[in-house]
Structure formats: C-alpha cells, structure tokens
Design a protein around this ligand. Structure first.
Ligand code: MF3
Ligand code: CO
Ligand code: CO
Length: 254
C-alpha cells in the first residue's frame, strides 16, 4: 500500500471530520467529573456525533462496539467504555474518530478528574510537548522518522518511555492508511513527507516501562505492564506547502 496524497477536495472533507472529532472532545469536557461512568461518556460522544451527521469510525471496526476509546490512568489506549466510574484524581484519555461524508478525522486528549497530583500533571504536560515537538518536524522534504525521533528524545529526557506497540497512521479516506507513524524512530529514517499527506501523530508515553498488555476479557484495553500511568495526545496532521496544519487542533494550542 502506498501513501495517498490528498486532493484539495479530499482535504476539505478531512478538515470537516477532523473539526467534528475535536468538537466532540470539547463537548465532553463539562461531563468529566468523579462518578461518571466511561460508558456514559461514550454514549454522550456517540449522540453528539450522530446529531452532527457523523458516524464513529470505531463502531464495528474489527468487532469494536463503541464510539470512543476511554483510557484512564494505567490504560495506555483502546480502553473499552464500561461501568468504571471516574474517580477524583484520575487522568483519562478519550479518543474519537469521526466519519463525515466518508472522510475520517482522528484525535485524542487527556482530561483531569477533579484535582490531579503533580506526578500525573507532569506526565500529561510532557506527552503534549512530545506531540508538539513532533509537529515541528512536519514539513515537505523532512523524514517521517524524525517525528518519532523527536518524541523519544523528549520523553526519555524526562525519564519516561515511549510505547512502541501502537503507532500513528495515515488517515482521511480510510481509518488506517499508510504510513505507520512510529513514535520512536531513528533520525532521518523512513519516507519523506510530502504536501497533501494526512496522518496522525499520537504518542503514548509511560511513566514507567514501555510495554503493554491487552485485557484478556475485553480483548482491547491495553494497560502498562507495571501499572504505572500512561498519557496520550493525538492530532490529525496535514502536510502543507511550507509546513503543516493540525486539522484537529480547534483550540489553536499549537
Ligand atoms: N482511534 C484509535 C487511533 O488513534 C484507534 C482505535 S481502534 C479501536 O488509531 F478499535 F480500538 F477503537
Ligand atoms: Co489514530
Ligand atoms: Co485516535
């Protein structure tokens, strides 16, 4: 499979789905409180997407049944929404992919439940910085591998580790396209970035060891093997003539 260069029309479509995915995460903000169940948050996201004429890409994807992945604390990613009630002091990731008119936009972010300790705050901050440093590597002619190189350098500098079992991915016309975007990579490795590419960067950074284990019961929820915290942020990125646009960054964080 090859990396798809998107046309102007396709980019407009991906822009819309990306915006709606980001708006879904913003909508959920006010509901993140101690006591709410992750399955309730998933329902809110699902209803919001439907109300806006979108479909959640995860529903029916390889047998996955939910509109979001909700990953608290030591859950690295693919947390299956369930009866777990968020607790004061939790950190939690919500990941959503919206399909609008056949185009895909994919994003995730962390939320704080009540007051969070400094240890958790720092992990989230550094993970977000990893994503932003990776975005700086996004311009035509640069190596894709420099994204993962930048992420790993920053994470390791702070004593954290980069999850290597899950990657970012091309996105837009399908949920997961080429290329695989590794979050730990060699400098100046991989294909060159070109205008019109759209892909996600979604580093998962662990406070302890990088390795994950998938829940045997639900077959999806991936946790850190040492039970330590994990954080993740994800944007859908478009490579432009001179650099990039973060299509899911509706707050202009970057
Ligand atoms: N949205 C996730 C990603 O960033 C993929 C979730 S697939 C699922 O690639 F099936 F676990 F939902
Ligand atoms: Co993704
Ligand atoms: Co995602």
């Amino acid at each position: 499979m090859a990396i798809i260069i998107k046309s102007a029309e396709q980019i407009e479509g991906i822009r819309k789905s990306s915006r709606l995915a980001a708006e879904t995460l913003k909508y959920l903000e006010e509901f993140i409180k101690p006591g709410i169940k992750t399955i309730e948050l998933d329902k809110l996201a699902d209803d919001f997407l439907q109300k806006h004429g979108a479909v959640a890409a995860t529903k029916g994807y390889k047998g996955y049944k939910h509109a979001t992945c909700i990953s608290p604390n030591d859950v690295v990613c693919h947390g299956v929404p369930n009866e777990y009630s968020l607790r004061f002091g939790d950190i939690v990731n919500i990941d959503v992919t919206a399909i609008v008119n056949g185009y895909y936009g994919d994003t995730c972010r962390m939320y704080e439940v009540g007051e969070v300790n400094d240890y958790a705050k720092k992990l989230m901050k550094v993970t977000n910085e990893c994503l932003h440093l990776a975005m700086k590597e996004c311009y035509p002619g640069n190596y894709l591998g420099n994204i993962g190189y930048a992420i790993n350098e920053h994470a390791v500098k702070h004593g954290y580790s980069v999850v290597y079992e899950f990657c970012g991915h091309g996105v837009g016309l399908k949920f997961h396209e080429d290329p695989q975007v590794e979050h730990k990579a060699k400098k100046n490795s991989g294909p060159l970035l070109r205008e019109g590419m759209t892909f996600t960067i979604e580093p998962m950074i662990n406070a302890g060891k990088p390795k994950c284990k998938v829940d045997r019961k639900d077959g999806w929820t991936a946790r850190t093997i040492d039970g330590k915290l994990s954080a993740q942020y994800e944007h859908t990125i478009l490579i432009t003539k001179n650099g990039f646009e973060a299509l899911t960054d509706i707050n202009g964080d970057y």
